[in-house]
Design a protein around this ligand. Structure first.
Ligand code: SF4
Ligand code: SF4
Length: 695
């Protein structure tokens, strides 16, 4: 239920609220918080990644072989969200190259490798003495130049949160340190409480917050005591002791604990007029502003059952995990795990050359008994334990489902980005499902897709802008040409001599055109004239001829030509018909033709049929003495002949309708065919007789 009290009135009551979910894993903090903070040994080489914060990396200021001093800037911030990094010790820049990053992926990042000279000489300190001045811009710039980033894990540039655009009412110092094993903040508070409170006062000044709540988990009684003592005279700093529960140190969870307010999804604490800083960050701000020292080292807990001397060390940024672990000693068990961070939110160290960076708070070498490796992943049994443990009130099993099927829209619908990757769900999962890994992968995929989309959108806008620019230039060019043409036209109108020149040019062009069009007529006249000279000697050579006369002459020529052609055709026809004419002129033929001509077609037909029958009878009588086969053959022949004759008779009927010339030709052809048939029959008979003789 929402209270009517203001934010400050509500928190000043001192009440501690709660948040849903959460777990209570074994704390194991006693391993490393029993001794003061030690100093990490000076290493021979430091690996300083140029990007150790959220945002963009800076621009490298040094080159190979450069001598550097501790605290010297190695990069300068680029535009946007960016911070510099500083040399952790004095020495020489030996290499600038990609090196394994302090990230779960271990993806190589550009790294400056400094070979220490062993002197650890520093650049002069640059304190910001007038930090209480009302104008804070220079102070914020100083904090930025010192490379201060959030030391709680996110490494967000502090200069942004130290001077937010919103009005801030409440500053929360997060000293909860809820993750098991880690004690860096605990020991820092125990041994540097006064300095931390100085840093808090600077933050109160820059943010303009009216109140600071200093939140510490109740499992750090020594720290609570010294911090309370350090701020007992500070009216605007209240210490809040919160119950131990993981993840109380989550930003949204701690705000809910201290104020009862929930930061809405996709919103930030700043939207509730709240800003939160890690206790280590407050200490770093004190060092940067009052002592004038950039961020070159931090407290790192080196702990775990396999570490011989678990402890906290002031560790220079860029120190390798190998160097740190070697200093503390390790009794490695089989398949010893090394984790950067705690057992809940940390990640496996893939290479012992991985460097300590601004966000590194712990190097953990746990035993398998206390932090057992994850077992084989099994299917989700929908027990719902993960949902009960989730402090963000999400549905982890649904997120798992959509993460596996890569349904990005559904993941966003189920508020994937409200997941703080605390690992509480995976911790309680009986199926050993590495839920947080699935969520991290999906977040990376979605961010990549959004980046790609943004790039494509930028490209589209650039393209459209270019098109618009080209169109503008084209229109401007056209306008310039039109204006220039208009100016020329106006100039011509005003210039009389120019007008005369144009008129003269036009006249010349016209004359030339006329001349060209008349030239063919002249040629035609000459041709006609020559013809006239040929046809009539009386006509004068250049005398013009009447068109009618020309037409008459042409018709006459055409007629003459036609007659000539007809005459020629007649002569050719005569010469072709000459032999035929000769044959037609013989008396026998003439008589026959005459007789035939005198008969009717029916008479001719009858006569021919009768002749054919008589012929067949005669033949039959002549061949009646031959043998049966011969008779059969003859009969066949006769039959054929009869048929042939019959066909002849039929044919003669049609022949009666033909011209005499056609009839004659057909008769000749028929006679030739008949003779051939006869000859073949005779040959056949002879062959038959020969065969009979042989038998
Ligand atoms: S805890 Fe594991 S098994 Fe149970 S519902 Fe969640 S994901 Fe499934
Ligand atoms: S890791 Fe995410 S989903 Fe799992 S419990 Fe934590 S906030 Fe909830």
């Amino acid at each position: 239920m929402q209270s009517d009290l203001t934010l400050l009135e509500q928190v000043k009551s001192g009440k501690i609220w709660g948040f849903p979910g959460g777990i209570h894993p074994p704390e194991r903090k006693h391993l490393s918080n029993q001794t003061p903070i030690a100093q990490a040994n000076l290493a021979t080489h430091y690996y300083v990644p140029v990007k150790q914060h959220s945002g963009k990396e800076g621009e490298v200021l040094v080159k190979l072989g450069d001598k550097v001093l501790k605290g010297q800037p190695l990069t300068k911030p680029s535009t946007g969200l960016s911070l510099p990094v500083h040399a952790p010790t004095s020495g020489e820049v030996k290499e600038i190259k990609p090196h394994i990053s302090a990230h779960a992926s271990g993806a190589p990042e550009l790294t400056l490798i400094i070979e220490a000279d062993g002197k650890d000489d520093s650049v002069p300190a640059q304190p910001f003495n007038d930090w209480q001045a009302p104008e804070t811009d220079a102070l914020i710039e100083h904090i930025k130049s010192m490379g201060i980033a959030g030391l709680g894990g996110a490494a967000f540039p502090t200069y942004i949160k130290a001077h937010p655009a919103h009005d801030i009412e409440l500053l929360i110092i997060n000293a909860v340190e809820c993750e098991p094993y880690i004690t860096a903040d605990d020991v820092l508070m125990r041994y540097h409480a006064e300095e931390i409170i100085e840093g808090v006062e600077i933050l109160l000044h820059t943010t303009g917050a009216k109140l600071c709540l200093f939140a510490i988990e109740d499992n750090k009684p020594e720290a609570i005591e010294v911090i309370k003592k350090a701020c007992e005279h500070k009216n605007n700093i209240d210490v809040r002791v919160v119950p131990t529960k993981y993840p109380s140190g989550g930003e949204k969870q701690l705000i809910q604990l201290l104020t009862s307010q929930q930061v809405p999804s996709k919103k930030l604490p700043i939207d509730l007029s709240i800003v939160m800083q890690n206790v280590g960050t407050a200490f770093a701000i004190k060092k940067a502003v009052i002592d004038g020292l950039p961020l070159t080292e931090r407290v790192v807990t080196v702990t775990g059952e396999s570490i011989t001397n678990p402890q906290n060390l002031w560790t220079k940024l860029g120190t390798t995990v190998e160097d740190l672990v070697a200093q503390c000693g390790i009794t490695a068990e089989k398949d010893q795990r090394l984790i950067m961070g705690g057992p809940m939110m940390g990640f496996n160290i893939l290479d012992s050359q991985m460097p300590v960076v601004k966000a590194t708070n712990c190097i953990l070498a746990p035993s398998k008994y206390h932090v057992p490796p994850r077992g084989v992943e099994q299917a989700c049994i929908r027990c719902g334990d993960c949902a009960a443990a989730c402090p963000a009130e999400l549905l982890p099993q649904q997120l798992l489902w959509y993460s596996k099927s890569q349904e990005h829209e559904k993941l966003e619908e189920y508020d994937l980005f409200d997941c703080i990757e605390c690992g509480a769900c995976a911790y309680v999962c009986p199926s050993q499902i590495p839920l947080v890994q699935y969520y991290r992968n999906s977040k990376a995929e979605i961010r990549q897709a959004e980046e790609d989309k943004a790039k494509a959108e930028k490209a589209r806008i650039r393209f459209e802008q270019r098109q618009a620019r080209l169109e503008r230039e084209k229109q401007a060019r056209l306008k310039r040409h039109q204006e220039a043409a208009e100016r020329r036209r106006q100039a011509l109108n005003q210039d009389d001599s120019a007008k005369d020149k144009i008129a003269a040019a036009l006249a010349r062009a016209k004359a030339k055109k006329q001349q060209q069009s008349e030239a063919p007529k002249e040629t035609g006249k000459l041709e006609d004239t020559s013809t006239a000279v040929d046809n009539s000697t009386d006509a004068a050579p250049n005398q013009a001829i009447d068109p009618k006369d020309k037409v008459a002459a042409a018709i006459a020529r055409a007629k003459a030509k036609k007659e000539q052609k007809a005459k020629q055709a007649l002569e050719n026809s005569k010469s072709e018909q000459a032999p035929y004419a000769e044959s037609k002129s013989s008396p026998t033929h003439e008589a026959q033709e005459q007789a035939t001509d005198e008969k009717t077609p029916e008479q001719i037909k009858k006569e021919r049929v009768a002749a054919a029958i008589a012929k067949a009878k005669a033949k039959k009588a002549k061949e009646s003495s031959n043998e049966n086969e011969q008779a059969a053959a003859d009969k066949s022949t006769m039959t054929e002949e009869s048929i042939t004759d019959k066909q002849d008779v039929d044919a003669s009927e049609s022949q009666a309708l033909k011209t005499p010339e056609q009839i004659k030709k057909e008769k000749v052809a028929a006679a030739i065919a008949k003779a051939k048939a006869k000859k073949q029959q005779a040959k056949h008979n002879a062959d038959t007789l020969t065969e009979q003789g042989n038998e």
